[in-house]
Ligand binder design. Structure first.
Ligand code: ADP
Ligand code: MG
Length: 344
């Protein structure tokens, strides 16, 4: 604990502000460090290719709730969200390191379940589990996974390459994972109120799967490679569309215009959002955990990207001074805002 008299509350920084504060004075001393803090993954130059590395921590009670998260799913998700960060660099994941903190509440079979999930994800995405660390914990379960990957030097995609007039493209649809989480939280409350009532999940399979067992978009990365398409910038959606587009704009020094009616939202997401009194567009903009890819492309590639299928053009990049806005169907402009976690 800091013993100096000045004690600045974390709330005055927020997640992104804190990272910036902690890392702004870092000096790069190795020539092999090509890109440090600030993207989906760090990039190292070891010769013919770039190596990329990304790490994520998952804490019980903060990132997952074991009352409704099966341990195998937890392991699978912990791995795929790391792979997603590697794909977001237009790279391929190849190795995974797994650090785990375990409290005495857990038994060997529990940890085996987590590893079943991690191993399944590794098999699905052709990744080798090559190491990690294991410790006891006083405060529940902690998982910290680090994925390593490689990228062709001419194909790596960072957050800072977007140019005015580029198309803003998005894979899949948004908001489903957030609605899956809301549904699980609702059923948990019902269950806690009366243990005889069984949770009602019929007809909600899609949103639940999107939250509990997300996939990384390797299919899109491979399809773009086959079609010789290299985005000018790319990021994966972990914190919500609004936040991620702001990252691209900030790092590329641009603005953006996103058209509300073009944001893809699945019918099941709409249905559940309506049922729960939540605005589906807000879920899409700010919900997060979609692990879709958001990327920018020169306007000239519009037809080629549409031919790939499964990708929507949702807006375009503008000059920095025009700001970042969501345009509603009636032409109103709403300023986009970054989310990330905030201490309250
Ligand atoms: P993502 O959502 O893609 O995982 P984050 O918002 O977690 O990205 O992180 C943004 C950038 O900040 C990344 O480059 C990450 O490596 C870096 N970063 C996050 N936390 C820290 C930290 N405590 N110290 C140094 N760098 C950090
Ligand atoms: Mg990311």
């Amino acid at each position: 604990m800091n013993t100096k008299t000045k004690r600045t509350p974390l709330s005055s920084f927020g997640e992104f502000g804190l990272i910036e504060h902690l890392t702004e004075s870092l000096k790069i001393i190795n020539r092999s460090t090509h890109k440090a803090v600030g993207d989906d993954a760090a990039v190292m130059d070891y010769g013919a290719k770039y190596a990329v590395a990304s790490t994520d921590i998952l804490l019980e009670g903060i990132h997952f709730d074991l009352t409704y998260t099966p341990l195998k799913h937890l392991g699978y998700k912990a791995a795929t969200v790391n792979f997603s960060d590697i794909y977001a660099m237009n790279a391929q994941p190849a190795q995974l390191l797994v650090a785990i903190g375990i409290s005495s509440r857990f038994c060997v079979e529990d940890i085996e379940q987590i590893y079943e999930g991690i191993k399944l994800a590794c098999k699905t995405y052709n990744v080798d589990l090559v190491g990690g660390d294991t410790s006891t914990s006083l405060t529940g379960l902690t998982l910290s996974l680090t994925a390593l990957g490689e990228a062709d030097k001419e194909k790596i995609c960072c957050r800072n390459g977007a140019k005015p007039n580029d198309l803003i493209c998005l894979t899949g649809n948004l908001g489903a994972a957030y609605m899956g989480l809301q549904l699980l939280e609702r059923e948990k409350k019902v269950f806690e109120g009366n243990a005889d009532i069984q949770p009602q999940f019929d007809g909600y399979d899609y949103v639940l799967q999107r939250f509990l067992k997300p996939e990384a978009r390797r299919d899109i990365i491979d399809a773009m490679a086959d079609a010789d398409i290299v985005p000018t910038s790319m990021i994966d959606i972990s914190d919500g569309l609004s936040s991620e587009i702001m990252h691209i704009c900030k790092q590329s020094n641009t603005g953006a215009r996103i058209y509300l009616e073009r944001i893809p939202i699945a019918s099941q997401t709409f249905k559940i959002a309506e049922e729960m009194g939540i605005d589906a567009v807000t879920a899409a903009l700010n919900g997060g955990e979609d692990y879709e890819l958001l990327f920018t492309l020169p306007l000239a590639l519009r037809d080629r990207i549409k031919d790939l299928g499964g990708i929507d053009v949702i807006g375009h990049i503008t000059e920095a001074q025009t700001g970042s806005y969501l345009i509603t169907p009636d032409g109103s402009e709403i300023m986009l805002q970054a989310q990330g976690w905030q201490h309250v």
